[in-house]
Design a protein around this ligand. Structure first.
Ligand code: ADP
Length: 355
């Protein structure tokens, strides 16, 4: 940054003048006090020549002291103020230019701890901005990747549909392919928008009191066709009259995601069980399955956006379901956890407060 020279010179002169007046005032007061006490106690009478000589000497003394003070102040400012200011300014300029890797080292200038506090705040800001930037770029990369696959599939079906000698069966099959893939894309977009609105707190929970057991049964029944087709056994142990105060619509997203995952990851002949118990203050819902389960490593990431641990089912989802579930549970100040063992099955436990 270019420094305006004239302003600096004027600043230096005015600060010198200020020092001069201050020192002049202090020294004159001391001198006058000293002389008057001396004259009184020793009964000395000063001539105007004596006073003129003393005034001249005092004047030069003041000039000298002012120069010394100003010099000391200049060095102090250079070391204690200008250097930290320059370091902080350079760091913030780099952050402004998009370099979030900048960190300011502690300056440890005694008496100037404020600079270290500013530096610590700037370091934290840079770290958080860096985190947000990584999330943003990861998010864009994930969305682009997730969109590319269905778009390619749709393009392929479109090309196939252009072929003139298609049988009626093939035409229907390809058209169904386009519809299915576009529906998946629409679902993904809906999930992204929902997650975005939940994260930006644009969705305010509409809290009502309702029977949680009834809601769980209603959601579960929507999967009847799936469990019958896949020959999956259902076990339920749902306590009666468990009433909760929560946003029913948001909560139904949670159950739908947990149930659809349970059916998706459980092979034919498996068991999916749902239980509801309640204490005075909270309700506990457990959704268990005897499906493929997951390793500890996978379990640690399942609530992250776009994370898919089991890629063999990746076409049936986009890794956003559990991220949404987690966000909803966080908004409701509830808890969600998973216990799972690869090859044996998983149990998701949700705790909802507000019974
Ligand atoms: P998706 O819609 O792609 O399944 P989710 O966010 O719902 O995304 O799930 C993320 C990952 O969590 C899945 O890819 C899978 O690895 C794991 N997962 C979720 N539920 C289960 C389950 N019931 N059994 C085994 N793995 C599961």
């Amino acid at each position: 940054m270019k420094k305006p020279v004239l302003r600096d010179v004027l600043g230096a002169i005015s600060s010198f003048f200020l020092f001069f007046l201050t020192v002049g005032f202090i020294v004159s007061c001391c001198m006058m006090l000293f002389i008057s006490v001396l004259a009184d106690t020793m009964a000395i009478t000063f001539t105007s020549d004596d006073i003129a000589a003393a005034a001249k000497l005092t004047f030069w003394n003041v000039i000298l002291i002012t120069i010394l003070f100003k010099l000391a102040d200049f060095i102090r400012r250079k070391i204690l103020v200008d250097r930290p200011t320059r370091i902080i300014t350079e760091a913030t300029e780099k952050i402004m230019a998009g370099d979030f890797s900048v960190r300011i080292k502690p300056m440890q200038s005694s008496g100037m701890e404020g600079f270290d506090q500013i530096a610590a705040a700037i370091n934290q800001m840079a770290e958080e901005l860096g985190g947000v930037e990584t999330l943003r770029t990861d998010f864009i990369a994930n969305v682009s990747h997730e969109m590319k696959t269905p778009l390619t599939v749709m393009q392929n079906y479109g090309t196939l549909l252009q072929s003139p000698d298609l049988t009626e069966e093939q035409r229907i099959e390809y058209a169904k392919g386009v519809t299915y893939t576009s529906r998946r894309m629409a679902d993904m977009m809906e999930n992204i928008l929902k997650l975005n609105r939940l994260e930006n707190q644009q969705i305010f929970p509409q809290v009502t009191e309702f029977d949680l057991g009834e809601q769980l049964c209603e959601c579960l029944l929507q999967y009847e066709n799936i469990w019958e087709k896949a020959d999956i056994e259902i076990e339920t142990e749902i306590a009666e009259n468990v009433r909760v105060k929560a946003d029913a619509e948001l909560l139904s997203h949670v159950w739908n995601n947990l149930f659809s995952n349970a059916f998706k990851f459980t092979p034919s002949g498996g068991i999916v069980s749902v239980s509801l118990t309640a204490t005075e203050s909270h309700a506990i819902v457990k959704v268990s399955d005897t499906g493929c389960g997951m390793t500890r490593e996978v379990g640690a990431h399942i609530f992250e956006k776009f994370y898919q641990g089991d890629t063999s089912h990746s076409v049936q989802g986009n890794g956003l379901g559990l991220a949404l579930v987690k966000r909803v549970i966080d908004i409701m100040q509830g808890e969600i956890s998973v216990e799972s063992e690869a090859g044996k099955g998983s149990t998701f436990t949700v705790i909802i407060r507000g019974c």
